[in-house]
Design a protein around this ligand. Sequence first.
Ligand SMILES: Nc1ncnc2c1ncn2[C@@H]1O[C@H](COP(=O)(O)OP(=O)(O)O)[C@@H](O)[C@H]1O
Ligand SMILES: [Mg+2]
Length: 416
Amino acid sequence: MDEAALAHDGKEIGSQGGHDTISGWGTRNACKTADLPSTLAALRQTMPVKDAAMSDAVWALGLMSGTSLDGIDVAMILSDGERALDIGPALTVPYEPALRERLRDLLGTRPGERQGAVAEVERLLTDAHAEAVHRLLALTRPRPALIGFHGQTLFHAPDQGITVQIGDGARLAALTNTAVINDFRSADVAAGGEGAPLAPAWHAALACDLPRPLAVLNLGGVGNVTWLSDDRSEPPLAFDTGPGNALLDDWMRTRQGLPHDDGGRLAAQGRVDQEALAALLQHAHFTRPPPKSLDRNAFSAQAVARLCDADGAATLAAFTVAAVAQALSWMPRPPALWLVCGGGRHNPVLMAGLAEALGCPVRPVESEGWNGDALEAQAFAFLAVRAHRRLPLSWPTTTGVPHPVCGGAPHAPPMA
Ligand SMILES: Nc1ncnc2c1ncn2[C@@H]1O[C@H](COP(=O)(O)OP(=O)(O)O)[C@@H](O)[C@H]1O
Ligand SMILES: [Mg+2]
């Protein structure tokens, strides 16, 4: 391990109250996936874990490329897998348009299908991630001890035991000369979970001093929420709320040739069609109790097809908001505050709609000093540290898995 990646004077973020929420869930070292890949044991030997709390901390780099297909988020954190000890730099590297279109073309591809095209795009995707890592590392001194590499989801059907993320961990480890952990979702799905959402543990680590109950809402391509209980010994409740931005992005692309409704300008000019909205809300997702997760393309915009561009955008934005409002009904107690991360918080129509629908303060996560564009990438850095330490990544209340589950596939760099 690169010793420079070990923390000696990291500033502890958000844990002044001394709440160690993650280990407080009674699952520390209680991971039941004893059949982790044997390479993890090998990796652990090259990356020894020290005992003292602070010296367990490492700088880790996270890579997230969400279902919006906008690009690669890359972020650094200092963590021991339990706490957010320091936050490093972050940036977003947009996909080259040609790669974005090739990824879009592969959405919905099941395991074993279109193998040649998948292998070629996976290589291009991995190289784009390596480039994003190098761009971030040009800005910062600490070297990451490990990289959490989410990869690009092509297909997600946990009810069929399938979740597909592409991204070649061994290639990224070689290109960055850094240990990589990828494939975060498969172990959870194999154990009977939804494989998503996986960010709740990071939300809890960041929010450990904030008043509860608290909701952290991520509006990416899909929307997902983490509900943090006022009883801090309880693990979070988490689930996908419904559409985030993807349906609206697709509408903008096909109707206006634009990647998204910038600033919510088109939706702000339109009128919500209540009949279409009611039809959209008929989807079975909304009557299903959590935990539950969604494929990017779970929803169809058929109900708005007859509307003009602005009314369609207004109705799809209202659908995202209404889906979040529906999520309230599954929460044991209403949150005192909603914090919003992900690209959807840049859309004022969504934010105003949420404030009206939720009836309590709704703020971008920046109100707490967090970076809402980097939060998911930070989460995968955190999960990489947890995977390395064989701590659980998911719980019955976050993915519906029957017991807390570890996950992730480790890849040591060739010269380690
Ligand atoms: N200025 C903006 N106005 C409206 N929507 C925005 C803006 N910036 C980003 N978005 C939305 O956020 C999406 C990206 O969100 P992101 O959190 O990166 O999603 P994902 O995790 O799926 O990649 C874009 O596709 C777009 O819909
Ligand atoms: Mg994104």
